[in-house]
Design a protein around this ligand. Structure first.
Ligand code: ACO
Length: 327
């Protein structure tokens, strides 16, 4: 593929922080249970009256600013999300409107579970490689707090809201996507669902009364699949990139659960001090988790020129994949 460079990164986390202790005031749970099972200590939640797209707009503006570019430089906007601003027309138009993309570049949503950002990166790279576009704004945004059942302790403690963005520009040289492995295992589509509110089961007073518009998850199944899927995709992407695991400077795993990350790292035999983690502070922000993690690492000066990054994720569908990127 042609070279691409991450010219800027940005992220946004809502101001409101909810700790495990806050949750245990209204829910039969505890800080000890949540921390020991998931590694999560707190999450940021969007205020109920704030439009979720505002998070994506803020993250995108920061990424463009750091890239030294403006809205008119964007050739393509891709937005990865599980829960769009509206079912029609999705999230991308709202973010395009907020950014003022008046020159009418194409924009679209990608829905690939929590792997949406990784899929989006591969799609962006391929479109750049084809010569169709030169500068891509890729946003991962999630406000799952609006779709979790706050009375279901098995799911609500896991998620947080947020957004992350990257600006990708074409470049000469050897930077860019070295290899990728993307997969979907539809036999696992029952692991994570919001059963109502789509066309199969449109929202109705009955579906709302039955709580079918909330996210439902088979936690054990997700756990087992996640570890093996991310391991497989990472090994495959590494092989396609023509490198070995030892060449990877930083592993950026989707922040779903610290125990999943630890199990993955153990199976890969990857050094723990080369794994980026922020789940303790932000919980699982789904498609936003990797771009937030990346932005924090870039701003902390952890990622250097020429470093090789492996971005790996799994999610609803079940979609999973890994992209290997030379910085
Ligand atoms: N607080 C206290 N007790 C709880 C809580 C809670 N928040 N949640 C569940 N429990 C209880 C259950 O009710 C159950 O009690 P019971 O035996 O009396 O019925 C007990 O703890 C064990 O429940 P399990 O669901 O079997 O707990 P498990 O050890 O599997 O941990 C967890 C649950 C943390 C969700 C785990 O399965 C997991 O991490 N799965 C992966 C989830 C995940 O990563 N989801 C992200 C998916 S979205 C995405 O990123 C693609």
């Amino acid at each position: 593929m042609m070279g691409l460079r991450v010219a800027g990164t940005g992220s946004f986390l809502p101001e409101r922080v909810i700790t495990n202790d806050d949750l245990s005031r209204t829910l039969d749970t505890s800080d000890e249970w949540i921390r020991s099972r998931t590694g999560i200590a707190a999450r940021h939640l969007l205020e109920p009256d704030t439009p979720p797209a505002s998070m994506g707009i803020a993250a995108a503006r920061a990424a463009l600013r750091r890239a030294g570019l403006g809205p008119s430089d964007v050739d393509l906007l891709i937005v990865a999300t599980n829960v769009p601003e509206e079912i029609i027309p999705g999230s991308a138009p709202f973010i395009a409107e907020g950014l003022g993309l008046h020159h009418e570049p194409p924009f679209f949503d990608i829905k690939a579970g929590c792997a949406g950002f990784v899929f989006g990166l591969a799609v962006a790279g391929a479109m750049m490689d084809s010569g169709l576009v030169r500068t891509v704004l890729l946003v991962g945004i999630e406000a799952l707090s609006r779709f979790v059942d706050w009375e279901d302790r098995k799911t609500c403690v896991l998620f947080g809201d947020g957004a992350g963005a990257v600006v990708l520009v074409g470049t000469e040289g050897d930077r860019g996507i070295l290899g990728a492995a993307l997969h979907g295992d539809a036999t696992k589509l029952g692991l994570l669902r919001i059963p109502a509110g789509g066309v199969r089961l449109p929202a109705s007073p009955e579906t709302v009364a039955a709580g079918k518009h909330f996210l439902r998850m088979k936690g054990r199944g997700v756990y087992q699949s996640a570890v093996t899927m991310m391991e497989r995709a990472t090994l495959e992407a590494t092989e396609r990139a023509g490198i070995s695991l030892a060449d990877i400077d930083w592993l950026l795993p989707h922040q779903a659960n610290l125990r999943i990350i630890e199990a993955l790292v153990k199976r890969l035999g990857f050094p723990r001090d080369r794994v980026l983690v922020n789940i303790d502070r932000v919980a699982n922000t789904s498609t936003a988790s990797i771009p937030i993690l990346l932005d924090e690492a870039v701003r902390a000066g952890r990622i250097g020129d020429g470093d090789i990054l492996a971005l790996t994720a799994f999610g609803a569908g079940a979609c999973y994949g890994t992209v290997i990127l030379r910085w």
